[in-house]
Write a protein that binds this ligand. Structure first.
Ligand code: FES
Length: 178
């Protein structure tokens, strides 16, 4: 078992992150996600999802930790993390908005969603607002084609979105947190 119940302290030059109690808790959450999946290598995407949800983005030490835990080459973990637009290797804003531009969503008007949100918050896909409040991303398919067009806001999937409903959800989300 690579990381068992006790947290294997990730090797990092960045002491401030890995020795911080909240960071240790997050690595424990990551341990649990890998354990729940029996350290199966084919659970990589699910584990990466959990990691992104827990850490906000996939920093190098997190990818190294997952590679060790699932006994995968780091190159494979990097490959998957960089292939899917849903994953980010850079720090994100406090809130994230992912607009799915997969075929089904696109046919059902995802482009209008993207244009509306880009106009509203003044950034393009792949960017974070200057105040670091919101990061905007696109994905190829988030596996929710049945409720297309779909978005993922702060990790929650929203289906059958219109530009109006997307704006309302974003405003809700920005208003609720601060
Ligand atoms: S194409 Fe958007 S969820 Fe599949």
């Amino acid at each position: 078992m690579p990381s068992s119940g006790t947290t294997t302290k990730p090797k990092s030059e960045n002491k401030s992150s890995s020795e911080n109690p909240s960071c240790i808790r997050r690595f424990k959450t990551l341990d649990l996600a890998m354990k729940r999946n029996h350290y199966r290598q084919d659970a990589l995407i699910e584990v990466l999802h959990q990691a992104q949800e827990t850490f906000g983005y996939l920093e190098e030490e997190v990818l190294v930790y997952i590679a060790r835990g699932l006994k995968l080459p780091l190159s494979r973990v990097y490959g998957v993390a960089t292939f899917y637009h849903l994953f980010s290797l850079k720090p994100q804003g406090e809130h994230t908005c992912v607009v799915c531009l997969g075929t089904t969503c696109y046919v059902k008007g995802a482009n209008a969603l993207l244009e509306a949100i880009e106009q509203e918050i003044g950034i393009h896909s792949g960017e974070t607002t200057a105040d670091r409040k919101v990061s905007l991303m696109t994905a190829r398919c988030i596996g929710a084609c049945g409720i297309a067009p779909a978005t993922v806001i702060d990790g929650h999937v929203h289906g059958k979105q219109t530009p109006e409903s997307l704006m309302a959800t974003m405003q809700d989300c920005l208003g609720n947190r601060e």
